[in-house]
Design a protein around this ligand. Structure first.
Ligand SMILES: Nc1ncnc2c1ncn2[C@@H]1O[C@H](COP(=O)(O)OP(=O)(O)OP(=O)(O)O)[C@@H](O)[C@H]1O
Ligand SMILES: [Mg+2]
Length: 406
């Protein structure tokens, strides 16, 4: 058997021996309890109970950094709310929609669908909203509308999707002439709500609930709880888990990243044990996969510009000015017979794209009477970047970079 193939088999065998319940480390798993969130969960539950039992409308904005349990908290709320409403015979329902990558119209559409309304994708915003308001006017029921990830709404030209969505949802009660809905919004960034136009903000009148980041000890406890469910006893050394918690904190990652590292660690574990060394190695693999995903999404010019910077770095230049970078990029283009973009386009647009992906940083510097230039800095390890770019160019574009131009 070929060595690579054999390795795949051994890796799988390795994993299955110690990681017996990988589902506990997956994104879709909703834990029965959120650790270190008693106060926040109690506050959310209190407000929603006021709405359920007494129709007291309280609109809520839940905000905080990535991976701190916001989505889990509202999904748990949805479930509990609906269970209690059914038990008590109250006609009220919690409805959850994630707005991630949806337009304003599409979010309204998804919401209408979950409310059981007869909508179709060809309908206009006004039509969908009209149906929702009409339903709220006629029904006796009340609804807790939970919209997750409102800061990830897709923007259409000339539209502020968050403002439009908040304005329309928070005015449903007024339009329906009765208390029908309470609106719960979830976002990474409270600023999207603070920035709302005055009419939207005042009709929402939100209560803010903040989910703070966990400290390393709390991360450790949460990880340990998952590890106990997912792995056979004793498979993960305590020091390894402490290291992982510290890495999440130090590298500004989140629990999701921690779970990925644990899954990967199961494949590199030696003798059925996850040690500190396994964590280091697994973290490196996960990082490389993330980097590969980002680089894999670039087009040829982006890849060549990034490669140019990586090569200059490897030659010992840690900060590179615009013209040196452009010359290197153009040389690479020449070597593969690719038509280079203009300097202006390359530096301004392609450079900005690489910067927005977090791959590089650019700093404008003045060269006195010679005008201004940019200094480019690669944010990732140059040889890793070089290898991945060369791989992606070959696999996706059938472009082969010869050693000579490196
Ligand atoms: N307190 C906690 N106890 C147990 N698990 C937790 C806790 N907080 C977060 N998690 C786990 O961490 C992962 C990320 O949580 P979640 O998806 O709720 O993050 P989020 O705050 O919604 O992040 P984002 O802003 O990126 O959407 C989930 O797998 C979740 O189960
Ligand atoms: Mg979330």
């Amino acid at each position: 058997m070929d060595d690579k193939m054999k390795n795949v088999f051994l890796k799988k065998q390795n994993t299955q021996k110690i990681l017996i319940h990988p589902e506990y480390l997956s994104e879709s798993y909703i834990p029965p309890k959120l650790l270190f969130r008693e106060r926040e969960v109690e506050e959310i539950a209190g407000h929603s109970a006021d709405f359920l039992f007494s129709s007291i409308v309280k609109n809520i904005v839940i905000h905080g950094p990535p991976g701190v349990g916001k989505t889990v908290a509202v999904r748990m709320l949805e479930k509990t709310y609906n269970e209690i409403a059914t038990e008590q015979g109250i006609t009220s329902r919690a409805v959850y929609v994630s707005a991630k990558d949806l337009t304003y119209r599409r979010t309204l559409y998804e919401l209408a669908q979950r409310l059981g309304l007869n909508v179709n994708l060809g309908m206009s915003i006004a039509d969908i909203y009209g149906l929702i308001v009409n339903h709220m006017t006629l029904t006796d029921s009340t609804y807790l509308l939970i919209i997750d990830e409102i800061d990830k709404l897709r923007k259409r030209p000339g539209e502020d999707p968050v403002d439009n969505l908040v304005y329309s949802l928070s005015r449903i009660n007024e339009r329906a002439g009765r208390i029908a809905v309470s609106v719960y919004l979830v976002t990474n960034n409270a600023r999207v709500v603070e920035r709302l136009s005055a009419p939207s903000f005042s009709s929402l009148a939100p209560i803010f609930i903040y989910f703070r980041a966990y400290n390393a000890d709390e991360l450790y406890e949460i990880l340990r709880d998952r590890v106990e469910k997912a792995f056979i006893p004793g498979a993960v050394e305590d020091a390894a888990l402490k290291l992982l918690a510290a890495l999440i904190k130090r590298e500004s990652r989140d629990l999701r990243w921690g779970f990925l590292v644990l899954r990967e660690a199961a494949t590199v574990a030696k003798a059925g044990k996850i040690t500190e060394d396994s964590i280091w190695r697994a973290a490196e693999i996960v990082e490389r996969n993330v980097l590969r995903q980002i680089i894999g999404g670039l087009d040829v010019d982006g890849l060549l510009l990034l490669l140019a910077l990586a090569l200059l770095n490897l030659e010992g230049h840690s900060r590179v000015d615009s013209s040196s970078l452009y010359i290197k990029y153009r040389d690479l283009c020449d070597s593969i017979g690719w038509n280079p973009r203009t300097m202006k386009h390359t530096i301004n647009y392609i450079g900005a794209k690489l910067e927005s992906e977090g791959l590089i940083t650019r700093r404008p510097v003045s060269r006195g009477r010679y005008g201004r230039t940019h200094l480019f800095h690669l944010e990732e390890d140059a040889s890793t970047v070089k290898n991945i770019v060369v791989e992606v160019l070959a696999e996706r574009f059938n472009i082969h970079i010869s050693d000579k131009c490196e």
